[in-house]
Ligand binder design. Structure first.
Ligand SMILES: [Zn+2]
Ligand SMILES: [Zn+2]
Length: 207
């Protein structure tokens, strides 16, 4: 009650200053335990200098409409940091294994994503959307996380020629031929061709 009341009270320049310092301190402590936080003091002292870093560590909360990167799996973030005016330019590749339900058969689909990153991390806080250099530390986790999220498949396929589930009996047509005859109904044959060829249709149209 009385102790809780202290939280959230104290606006004004003085407490803002303290809040910034507190955030900076916790980031520094985090450098030892958070693998995506890298020390960039030496880099910032030499504009134009570069540093290659490879981080291999899990990230949490990487999931988009069923496709996900498990938090037990490593995201590999292979980055070149370059000291530029006003910040640090990060050029990187993020790689991670993903899995999710196949959009046709609902069985597990798996793959390896690879996402390219090219972002400027600013030293000044003038834009809420930008990535930041906090003091001498740069946290690469937001860059790696955003890159992975954008690259996760929204509608994964277990394989390009997945035959899907029979809409009538629910059989997985990858595992067994369907006996209810829906697929072999001649009235649907031309549609089946279209569906079966939906990947190739665009390529044909471009010929
Ligand atoms: Zn499938
Ligand atoms: Zn069937």
């Amino acid at each position: 009650m009385a102790t809780d009341a202290g939280i959230g009270i104290g606006s004004g320049p003085r407490s803002v200053g303290r809040a910034v310092m507190g955030g900076h301190r916790s980031a520094r402590e985090g450098a030892a335990t958070r693998p995506f936080v890298v020390e960039v003091a030496a880099l910032r002292r030499q504009p134009g200098s570069r540093r290659h870093v490879v981080v291999r560590a899990p990230l949490f909360g990487l999931e988009v409409s069923g496709s996900r990167i498990d938090p037990v799996e490593d995201v590999v973030f292979d980055a070149v940091l370059e000291s530029v005016s006003g910040g640090i330019l990060v050029t990187a590749t993020a790689r991670a294994p993903w899995h999710g339900p196949c959009r046709r058969c609902l069985e597990e689909a798996r793959g390896e994503l690879e996402a390219e990153v090219c972002e400027l991390c600013l030293e000044v806080e003038d834009d809420d959307d930008s990535y930041r250099v906090a003091g001498d530390l740069l946290d690469l986790a937001p860059l790696a996380r955003d890159a992975c999220i954008l690259e996760l498949p929204l509608a994964p396929l277990c394989s390009a020629d997945c035959r899907g589930i029979c809409p009538s009996c629910g059989a997985n047509r990858n595992l067994e031929p369907c006996s209810c005859g829906v697929a072999s109904d001649p009235r649907w044959a031309s549609l089946d061709l279209l569906v079966g060829d939906d990947m190739g249709a665009d390529a044909k149209a471009n010929e």
